[in-house]
Design a protein around this ligand. Structure first.
Ligand SMILES: Cc1ncc(COP(=O)(O)O)c(C=O)c1O
Length: 459
């Protein structure tokens, strides 16, 4: 089936709920639960229940520091509540950033073959290498890191970038300081809190103590002013960025590597969206000279091949990267991986290998380009409505500015009035306040319908 012909059919009443008097201007107040100062009181954390019996185990104090639920489950909860309220609504999800298009057959057929061979004596395999299958590691190195000096032995295959972010935090321990882009993918901050690297959440500034938030806004071109950033041990840096959709240039990444080297920091570079880059910006931090001595890169097949459910990613820890006592970081990471992980699924790894065949690479590029076409539709829609729109060019995310408004209020307004799920920018950090992230992961018919509804709401 051609990706470009995928669409969803809507009932003739799919937009009937958008009666003319339910469409409001940008400034109209809507009847949704108000939140003070834009702070969302998430209900994902259930109220304390009156238990008949309690253990004597005290709660991990770091867990208690976390603010309510993780962002995306909270959005899923609000979506579910909305469906309960409007059972007949055609809800469109452009929220959590999950992929929607089928995995190309060249990839699934390799997984099916591997799966079937597990039923044979010759084809059966149990535990594999914790670091991943040699052939896949070699294919990753040659496909994504040719001429960068990254070798098969530097690659650790994983069950996805999110899992590796937590394993990296375990590697660093609780005594490091960290910096993150603000706004950023929530897993960096939340895993840091869980590890005990941070202080308490400071409600007045909506930041955790002991984290350096590197503000990325339209004013600085979504790249932090490094001259104002405190030195930290670890710097999480995501490019192309989720949620802003911006991608750092070669000059900016050169500055970042220099900054890390001057401060003796380690960069954890998340390149989960690198294949969405449209020009010659670096797809890997290792394109920057000297990066192997200061950076780790984590990435994923999730958004290239629709592997969000299959689960496969990888992390590169170059042998040149050393701790202050000269011990190789890769050796410790290997120890963590061997202790906390038993290797990625052999079926998923067969899929990963198929992704990197010439046909697989072509198919992945087609998937990426399908979502990029969706992105353009969304960008054009918000541009035509007079909004300031960012991102979208190098990432499947569109970052729309609603100046002076609370992100959660805009999220609620859009959900209530159009049945479209987006993501409130403030869920990614205080720097996201006043923005909404619209994901381009969706069937073409849904994206077209969503654009129609946005136009009705904000015309
Ligand atoms: C920046 C970023 N990193 C990592 C992930 C997680 O990827 P995976 O599915 O490989 O765990 C996501 C998922 O949305 C992401 O946006």
């Amino acid at each position: 089936m051609s990706l470009t012909h995928l669409s969803i059919s809507f009932s003739s009443s799919s937009s009937a709920f958008l009666s003319s008097n339910s469409i409001n201007s940008r400034t109209l107040k809507v009847a949704v639960p108000a939140k003070k100062n834009g702070i969302c009181k998430c209900i994902a954390t259930p109220p304390a229940e009156t238990a008949a019996y309690k253990t004597k185990v005290s709660r991990n104090a770091n867990m208690a520091k976390l603010q309510a639920g993780y962002l995306f489950p909270e959005i899923a909860r609000r979506r579910a509540a909305h469906i309960l309220k409007y059972p007949d609504a055609q809800v469109i999800s452009l929220g959590i950033g999950d992929t929607t298009e089928p995995i190309p057959e060249v990839i699934t057929s390799a997984m099916a073959q591997r799966s079937h061979s597990l039923s044979t004596l010759e084809g059966y395999s149990g535990y594999g290498a914790e670091q991943g299958e040699k052939k896949l590691r070699a294919a990753i190195a040659s496909t994504f890191y040719a001429d960068m000096g990254i070798e098969e032995s530097d690659i650790f295959v994983s069950d996805g970038a999110k899992c590796d972010i937590s394993r990296l935090q375990l590697l660093f321990g609780s005594n490091v300081t960290m910096a993150v882009q603000d706004p950023s993918y929530p897993a960096y901050v939340d895993s840091s809190v869980i590890m005990g690297q941070t202080g308490q959440f400071q409600k007045d500034i909506e930041k955790y103590g002991n984290i350096e938030y590197m503000r990325c806004s339209p004013e600085n071109g979504f790249f932090p002013d490094l001259s104002t950033i405190q030195k930290t041990d670890i710097i999480f840096f995501c490019s192309p960025n989720n949620p802003t959709g911006s991608a750092a240039t070669r000059e900016q990444l050169t500055q970042l590597v220099r900054f890390a080297k001057e401060n003796g920091s380690i960069i954890v570079y998340d390149s989960a969206y690198a294949m969405y880059i449209s020009d010659d910006r670096p797809r890997s931090i290792f394109e920057i000279p000297g990066a192997k001595e200061v950076a780790i890169e984590t990435t994923s097949f999730s958004k290239y091949a629709g592997f969000t459910g299959v689960r496969l990613g990888w992390t590169v820890v170059p042998k040149e990267l050393l701790f202050s006592d000269g011990f190789p970081v890769a050796k410790d990471f290997n120890r963590i991986v061997c202790t906390c992980f038993n290797g990625a699924s052999n079926i998923a790894q067969a899929g990963g290998l198929a992704c990197l065949s010439p046909e697989g690479l072509k198919a992945m590029h087609e998937v990426v380009s399908f979502y990029k076409d969706n992105t353009k539709l969304i960008v054009d829609t918000f541009n035509s409505l007079g909004f300031k729109v960012y991102g979208g060019e190098h990432a499947p995310y569109v970052w729309v500015h609603f100046p002076g408004r609370s992100s959660w209020d805009v999220f609620a307004e859009i959900l209530e009035k159009t049945h479209i799920v987006t993501t409130p920018g403030s869920g990614f950090g205080p720097g996201g306040e006043g923005f909404i992230r619209v994901s381009a992961f969706g069937h073409r018919g849904n994206v077209l319908e969503a654009c129609k509804r946005f136009k009705l709401l904000y015309k």
